[in-house]
Design a protein around this ligand. Structure first.
Ligand code: LUZ
Ligand code: MOS
Length: 766
């Protein structure tokens, strides 16, 4: 089934925040962000801005009627700066004016005197100064310290990944409209209506039943609107609460880039030990997460880094420690993969380092150490593994030996172009790591004309979740998709929702929809059974017809619905789903946090232009564990998009903050994202069909985040191509591998290496 939004998207008729017709009298907001990353506010000069024509009011923290706090996990984030500023772009005032232009003109007239304080942008420096968001977390399996002496080879190093701008096509925004009796309705571009509602309630002092947050769809989010859609909604709600007029704020691209957090940059230390057969015996990693100036979702992101620190591999002795480090950057936040990719990059770097030293291809070490069913992850869950199945299928169907031969002969013949190949296995856990969040609800109404309305907590952000939910209802009722409409997401209809995140939205909301539809179906069949005087168990619905013992009778869907209505039987259901089996003990750091894992293996091939340092990806060929896909078109779209986004993170997207904490890559002329020319020429996707995972909706495994991590292979394919040109290049494990870095590495002589990191190769005689 094709995406139910495809027609309106193509025609430009789909409704986003900015397409909502404005109510007469609507005011426009714009935030003034601190020009300094860290300091004490002496004076905020608003007079000149207030003179600007059309300006109605400029809100500061003093105008807040509730509390000045929007922190989700930790209450450490004021909506509007009071006396301190902690990052460049930190909102300190909110201008409300008759027009969008007037609001922005006024923002430019605001002046602030700030006594600057020292700025920290580096997570290791923050850790040295004990600037930690939460105490460090440590995951342990086996006994690493005792295991080193049993290793034949030990390697240590540093691996670094940079941040990533979400660059959702639709920027952040909100539109708050006063309702009767002091209530407020907010349209918001949020992944988390509940969080947006809660933040707006805290700031205004209203109760949650007084603020409704409604979302039709988002023009992309990627995690950037899991927690960071709240501030704008709270500002609009506050202004609307005070002025009793509708207030809208839709951020400009450069405001959005400057004021919002991004993927967390990480700097990490690793130490890996292998035996003589290249089995990984021990692995130790220390992660320094650049959290930015407030907690936001950083503690949860940190946790997922630890969960995924061994990627698809079984390692018997592991110690992984992670620090969430407070710096003076905008608070970093959720981004597709949620810390997982950062953890996986480090183990892949450790393996690549060992391979380069030992003169073997990294894939030899990778393959030998893939986990198997029964192996324990460092957090205690036992793997039900498809890692080897994916890897071996990929090797076979893509004829890797032939690919390698082709690359070798190409590299032997070509002087100025070199190819590199890398394998990238992925193992990603599905569920919110915070067990409590794994719950969802669905509200299903069947109307007397036989049409069906489904409302869930799911947010459609382009990922196709509404199409999948519609498929669920269509399948359970066995009715045509045309009869079903997925309604907008609203806190008045579905309360207390978890964000649409963690790749789990279709599973959680789909299962709730399944339960609601099944309950209504059960009642419909009971009505028919009584009328026809047969057992309910002999009845089923098939293609809009009622079947008795498998034979169609003259009752169709509409008759069935009307019969139930006449009997005063409820045609509505509100169902609640909570993922069974999962649990996690944060004191022991052990448990069974994930409903299941998604596996896959990608082979990535790149060609480097060794004169220019530019590159093109020839192909990404993968075997992906879909379970049993309920929508192959949507799932393919998620995989293609994820791969390209992952490649972008690893190769060209370079976030630059200067030492003063100012974002230099602050627009699309200074921040390069993949375009159609950077998409691999070939993306081959082969489904590994498995039928085991019943916690996935219709056994169709979650597909949102895992494919992004195939992109990590791009970095290692590039290394291999560079080494084919310059075997002595000492390339730091530092992503993104931009064309500039590639060029430097291609012509770097070993002795003049500037990036060289400490390399220790301790061969312990066996
Ligand atoms: N969001 C969250 C996530 O709050 N918890 C998670 O575990 C998670 N995982 C992936 C993406 N978003
Ligand atoms: Mo997310 S990173 O699934 O909001």
């Amino acid at each position: 089934m094709k995406n139910i939004d495809s027609t309106t998207h193509v025609k430009g008729e789909s409704i986003y925040l900015d397409d909502i017709p404005l109510i007469n009298g609507t005011l426009f907001g714009a935030a003034f962000g601190s020009p300094i990353a860290h300091g004490v506010i002496r004076n905020l000069h608003l007079d000149e801005a207030l003179q600007e024509s059309g300006v109605i009011k400029i809100l500061t923290y003093k105008d807040i009627t509730g509390i000045n706090q929007i922190g989700g996990i930790i209450p450490d984030e004021p909506l509007l700066a009071e006396h301190h500023v902690h990052f460049c772009g930190m909102p300190a005032a909110f201008v409300v004016a008759e027009t969008d232009d007037a609001a922005r003109a006024a923002v430019k007239k605001i002046k602030v005197d700030i006594d600057p304080l020292p700025v920290i942008t580096d997570p290791r420096e923050a850790k040295e100064k004990n600037e930690l968001i939460i105490p460090p977390r440590t995951f342990v399996l086996g006994d690493v310290d005792a295991a080193w002496s049993g290793c034949t080879h030990i390697f240590e190093g540093i691996a670094e990944t940079n941040g990533q701008e979400h660059l959702y096509i639709e920027t952040q925004g909100a539109y708050a409209i006063p309702q009767e009796n002091g209530a407020i309705k907010i349209y918001s571009s949020t992944q988390s209506p509940r969080a947006t509602q809660q933040a707006s309630c805290k700031v205004t002092g209203l109760l949650m039943h007084q603020i409704e947050v409604e979302v039709t769809r988002l023009g992309g989010a990627f995690g950037g609107k899991e927690d960071q859609a709240n501030a704008w909604a709270a500002m609009c709600a506050l202004a609307s609460h005070l002025l009793k007029r509708p207030v809208k704020y839709s951020l400009h691209r450069m405001e959005d880039m400057a004021m919002t957090g991004k993927r967390h940059p990480y700097s990490s230390d690793f130490k890996i030990g292998l035996d003589k057969d290249l089995k990984i015996v021990a692995y130790e990693a220390t992660f320094y997460q650049n959290a930015g100036a407030a907690a936001d979702l950083s503690p949860a992101v940190l946790e997922r880094t630890l969960f995924h620190c061994t990627n698809s591999y079984f390692i018997p002795n592991v110690k992984a420690k992670a620090y969430s480090c407070r710096t003076h950057l905008p608070p970093n936040t959720a981004f597709r993969g949620f810390g997982g990719p950062q953890g996986m990059f480090v183990i892949e770097a450790a393996i690549a380092k060992a391979a380069e030293y030992l003169g073997v291809d990294a894939s030899v070490i990778q393959k030998k150490n893939l986990n198997q069913t029964g192996d324990e992850f460092p957090y205690g869950q036992v793997a039900v593994s498809e890692a080897k199945a994916c890897w071996e299928k990929a090797e076979t169907i893509y004829d890797v030996n032939a690919l390698r031969k082709e690359i070798k002969s190409f590299n032997d013949q070509s002087k100025l172009y070199k190819k590199g190949l890398a394998f990238m296995p992925v193992c990603f856990g599905i569920s919110f790591t915070n067990t409590m969040m794994n719950q969802a609800r669905a509200l299903v109404h069947v109307y007397t004309d036989g049409s069906v309305s489904v409302t869930t907590g799911a947010i459609e952000m382009g990922q196709g979740v509404n199409t999948k939910i519609l498929q669920v209802a269509s399948q359970v009722f066995s009715i045509s998709p045309e009869r079903i409409r997925i309604q907008s997401t609203s806190t008045h209809k579905i309360a207390n929702t978890s964000p649409s995140a963690a790749s789990a939205t279709a599973d959680l909301n789909g299962k709730a929809t399944l339960m609601a539809c099944a309950a209504i179906r059960g009642r419909l069949l009971a009505v028919a059974a009584e009328a026809l005087n047969v057992e309910t168990s002999s009845l089923e619905l098939k293609n809009e017809k009622l079947c008795v013992n498998g034979n169609e009778c003259d009752w169709d869907w509409q008759r069935l619905v009307m019969a139930a209505f006449l009997k005063r039987v409820s045609l509505s259901e509100h169902a609640h789903y909570a993922t069974p089996e999962i649990h996690f003990d944060k004191l022991k750091e052990k448990g069974h946090p994930f409903a299941y894992h998604v596996y896959g293996t990608a082979i990535i091939i790149v060609t480097v232009d060794c004169l220019r340092g530019t590159y093109e990806f020839d192909a990404v060929k993968l075997v992906h564990d879909f379970g049993y896909s309920m929508n192959t078109a949507i799932d393919r779209g998620q995989i293609e998009g994820g791969i390209v986004q992952g490649i972008g993170w690893m190769t060209m997207e370079e976030i630059v903050y200067d030492k003063e904490g100012r974002l230099r890559s602050n627009s699309l002329s200074t921040y390069k994202v993949p375009d159609i020319y950077s998409v691999p020429r070939i993306i081959d996707i082969d489904p590994l069909q498995t039928h085991k995972d019943n916690l996935a909706i219709f056994r169709s495994k979650a597909v949102g985040e895992p494919p992004l991590m195939y992109g990590i292979g791009a970095y290692f394919a590039l290394r291999n191509a560079i080494k084919a040109f310059n075997p002595s290049a000492q390339i730091s494990f530092s992503a993104p591998m931009t064309p500039e870095k590639v060029l430097v590495s291609l012509y770097q002589k070993q002795e003049s290496s500037t990036h060289e990191q400490t390399i220790k190769h301790m061969a312990i005689p066996s």
